[in-house]
Write a protein that binds this ligand. Structure first.
Ligand SMILES: Cc1cc2nc3c(=O)[nH]c(=O)nc-3n(C[C@H](O)[C@H](O)[C@H](O)COP(=O)(O)OP(=O)(O)OC[C@H]3O[C@@H](n4cnc5c(N)ncnc54)[C@H](O)[C@@H]3O)c2cc1C
Length: 302
């Protein structure tokens, strides 16, 4: 049992998984054990858990679907929190409020069935709504912040609902205050016919199959597109299509996807990402920046 959490079982009704391998929870299929993966049942339980962790100075992070996360082989000394049981959806005409643990697909499908448009692009983006807000996920010219009205955060022990005007966000990024947790998001959608919304979702999925038919574990685009450029093109021009280190490889289907050819380690991915950045810098002068979030182990010196 992690020191400081000896009595957690007395009150925590959700699920507690000790020494849980992160590789089971991230799409790259790498990463050592986290001391504790906690899955609270309710917002109140989450609030109490976060207060306890912070009081005991136990490092924490939120694990969404793990589709944009590269942990380390050492795992994480502290607590991962999954909000997957905090996933309710509420509707008020064309305004939908959805909790962070819901999946993008459940959101996209639920509002489509109601003839509401605005998040069709989410159908093809794997992960949780919280992860989509954190990353300002988007595709084909749309992103989630285009339809955000408010974001509810757990910040310094309190739930706070903040309007979009008070939030700082940009391409694949949302600057969250401190170590806050995204609890829910309210989206302003527009009415449309069920058929039109469905056909736009099909179109999104079709575009994806055409360009991203990558058959190995991956985390989607590994690097952000530099302004006016495509990361995949720069990587291709650097001659890195199919380049590998250990069992991590630059996909030969989509060069901005780094894939796990089987038994790759997190270290293989980190070394491959570093090599890609170095070669792209040498050939184009452009510094690529990771879109995938690198999670350090929390150990001293990491
Ligand atoms: C095949 C494939 C295709 C993809 N295509 C796209 C695409 O088209 N567009 C795109 O934008 N992305 C794409 N991605 C990347 C990924 O799906 C998105 O970034 C997604 O939003 C990640 O959500 P997640 O729940 O998996 O987050 P995770 O990977 O679990 O977490 C990502 C980051 O968000 C933080 N986080 C998650 N939830 C919360 C929360 N509630 N509160 C605070 N912090 C939180 C985590 O701590 C971490 O730092 C793709 C990935 C794959 C594998």
């Amino acid at each position: 049992m992690q020191a400081g959490l000896e009595h957690i079982r007395d009150w925590f009704k959700g699920e507690l998984l000790f020494h849980e391998p992160l590789a089971r929870h991230v799409s790259l299929k790498v990463g050592g054990p986290v001391d504790l993966l906690a899955i609270p049942d309710s917002r109140e339980e989450l609030q109490r858990l976060v207060a306890l962790l912070d009081q005991q100075q136990i490092p924490r992070f939120v694990l969404g679907g793990g589709f944009n996360l590269l942990p380390s082989d050492a795992g994480f000394r502290g607590c991962a929190i999954s909000l997957k049981r905090i996933n309710r959806l509420q509707l008020d005409n064309t305004v939908v409020t959805i909790e962070a643990g819901a999946s993008n697909q459940s959101l996209a499908r639920a509002v489509a069935e109601l003839g509401l448009s605005g998040v069709e692009f989410l159908i093809g983006i794997p992960g949780s709504v919280g992860g989509a807000v954190r990353m300002n996920a988007g595709a084909h010219g749309s992103d989630i912040f285009s339809v955000v009205k408010t974001v509810t955060l757990l910040d310094q022990g309190q739930f706070r609902e903040l309007p979009r005007e008070q939030l700082t966000y940009g391409y694949r990024c949302f600057e969250m205050p401190g170590n806050s947790v995204i609890i829910a998001v309210t989206l302003q959608l527009t009415e449309d016919s069920l058929q039109a919304v469905r056909s736009r979702m099909e179109e999104q999925l079709g575009l994806r199959w055409a360009t991203q038919n990558v058959k190995f574990p991956n985390a989607g685009s590994f690097f952000k597109n530099p302004p006016g450029e495509s990361a995949w093109r720069l990587i291709d021009q650097a001659g890195l299509r199919g380049f590998s280190i250990g069992n991590a490889q630059v996909s030969d289907v989509h060069t901005n996807f780094l894939i796990n050819r089987g038994n790759a380690t997190a270290a293989d991915f980190r070394a491959l990402a570093a090599a890609v950045k170095e070669r792209v810098k040498a050939t184009s002068g452009i510094e690529l920046e990771e879109e995938v979030q690198l999670l350090d182990s929390g150990e001293c010196g990491q």
